[in-house]
Write a protein that binds this ligand. Structure first.
Ligand code: ZN
Length: 192
């Protein structure tokens, strides 16, 4: 097994007991379970944030996490950690830059779980959750809900696009080092 190993044990809440350790600029990320904080930042499921002292935080919607498989929980954490590790929060982003950062965070999170030795079944659990429209629609912030009502086709296409990109990342990474960059579709709606 390369690099990472994850503890996928869940508590009776359905949430993983030991969240992966994530160091950004030498500081460990704190995890805070709060749907309110996630929603406040127009995100869904989880969002990366820095406090006024620059300490990295990841806010997590406990309702969403408790309904998702542990493999998906780990993948989302790695996605948010990449935002911190790459300094994505420190500069203003255009929609284009935002989309590229979302795509990169998905790619890096996928690389981490592939390197950790997740089985095809485990990877499939992540894939199925990414494309699960019912799950996402249940955990949309009010702003995302409004976007969905305005353009349901576009929003649903996002879930499909994102899950296909996940599969593409897995394919690219099997048995060889992951490329630093390869093109993918822009994401309009990210995980925080
Ligand atoms: Zn993101």
């Amino acid at each position: 097994m390369l690099g990472h190993a994850y503890d996928l044990t869940v508590t009776n809440t359905g949430i993983i007991k030991n969240l992966p350790v994530c160091i950004a600029e030498g500081r460990p990320t704190s995890y805070v379970f709060s749907r309110e904080e996630v929603w406040k930042r127009q995100a869904r499921i989880a969002v990366a944030h820095k406090d006024r002292y620059g300490n990295p935080i990841v806010y997590i919607d406990p309702n969403a996490f408790s309904e998702a498989p542990p493999e998906f929980q780990v993948w989302v954490i790695e996605h948010e950690c990449n935002h911190h590790a790459k300094g994505h929060l420190s500069a203003f982003a255009s929609m284009q830059v935002y989309a590229a950062r979302e795509r990169e965070s998905d790619r890096v999170a996928t690389q981490k779980v592939v390197e950790a030795g997740f089985t095809p079944e485990q990877l499939n659990r992540i894939y199925n959750t990414i494309k699960d429209k019912d799950f996402h629609q249940k955990h949309l912030s009010p702003m995302m809900k409004a976007a969905l009502e305005l353009n349901p086709a576009q929003m649903n296409a996002e879930f499909d696009k994102r899950s296909r990109y996940f599969l593409k990342c897995v394919e690219r990474m099997k048995g060889r080092p992951a490329p630093r960059y390869f093109p993918g579709p822009p994401f309009m709606y990210g995980y925080g």
